[in-house]
Design a protein around this ligand. Structure first.
Ligand SMILES: [Fe+2]
Ligand SMILES: [Fe+2]
Length: 313
């Protein structure tokens, strides 16, 4: 089992801490390059787009990718404040590490809002992005804290995987995009370790009934996340049509939508719940029947077809 410490996390957090102005600097996004690596994009599965249109698709997808992080951080920041209060007066290092974690997430939300503003400026029109983060955060935070923490752990581990596996060594990727997610990756590394420590602390004192509730809630949270991805995939499809100045046939639209949603499910669900460090935590706090229930629900989500296109959207 991995051994992390609150003290180690806070020390490393101070070592890598960055400012938004340094991340964004003076360089702008480069329209001649992809803004999202091929394995995080739906472009490979789309045959009705030419190579230039596929590159433009990654511009639209990265705008949504960055926005979705800010969207999810809207519940992660208050979750960490809540967890920090559990440690106040009991464990000084845990309190400091968790409050710093919350503060970094607030900074990330500001960063991703600024990224959205710059993306819109570069593309020349405002991307349609899912809204309602405060309402979603309220609903998420009404669920069992252990479930929200497990979802958070999956999210923070996939930030590590996406940067290391797909962005770090890509010569082709837009340099500003790589810098944004490099900086995010550096701070998220401590977040993922703190999620692990806090999950072990919470699960240690949970009753059997509370554990059952946790996994019911985790399935609900994953389905809710999937619903958000569906909404954004539809908006991406609309954004792409506007960016390309192209009206898709029904068949083309369904091909684009299906591939976009598949890529988003891979990015935001599959690459998190299959990350080895998430699995190490998940398997240590679950019984085999709970594992089967959650894994079965995830399997169904990943197979689900996109929702029907609604022309009034
Ligand atoms: Fe973050
Ligand atoms: Fe984070």
């Amino acid at each position: 089992m991995a051994t992390y410490s609150y003290g180690g996390c806070i020390e490393q957090a101070y070592r890598v801490n960055w400012k938004i102005k340094d991340v964004l600097g003076t360089v702008d996004f480069d329209l001649s390059r992809p803004w999202l690596p091929a394995d995080l994009s739906g472009s490979a599965g789309i045959f009705c787009l030419n190579p230039e249109e596929k590159r433009k698709l990654t511009h639209v997808e990265m705008g949504a990718y960055a926005h979705l992080f800010g969207f999810l951080e809207t519940f992660i920041a208050p979750l960490m404040v809540d967890l920090a209060l559990d440690s106040e007066g009991e464990d000084r290092q845990a309190f400091e590490a968790l409050t710093n974690f919350a503060s970094e997430e607030v900074k990330h939300m500001h960063l991703f809002r600024e990224v959205s503003r710059r993306v819109d400026g570069r593309l020349g029109f405002p991307l349609k992005l899912i809204d309602g983060q405060s309402e979603v955060a309220r609903a998420v935070l009404s669920k069992n804290k252990g479930a929200v923490l497990l979802l958070t752990s999956a999210i923070e581990w996939f930030t590590q995987h996406h940067y290391i596996s797909s962005m770090n060594h890509s010569d082709e990727l837009d340099p500003l995009t790589r810098e944004i997610f490099r900086c995010h990756w550096m701070e998220e590394a401590q977040h993922a370790r703190l999620d692990h420590l806090e999950a072990l602390r919470l699960f240690k004192d949970m009753t059997t009934i509370e554990r059952e509730e946790t996994f019911e809630d985790l399935v609900w949270l994953l389905a809710t996340l999937d619903g958000l991805l569906e909404q954004q995939a539809i908006l991406d499809c609309m954004n792409l049509g506007r960016y390309l100045g192209r009206t898709f046939t029904e068949q083309e639209r369904s091909e684009v939508l299906e591939s976009l949603l598949k890529a988003k499910r891979h990015c935001f669900i599959e690459s998190g719940v299959t990350h080895p460090n998430f699995l190490e935590l998940f398997l240590s706090v679950t019984t085999s029947s709970q594992q089967m229930r959650v894994q079965g629900a995830v399997g169904l989500l990943l197979q689900k077809r996109p929702i029907q296109w609604n022309p009034s959207d």
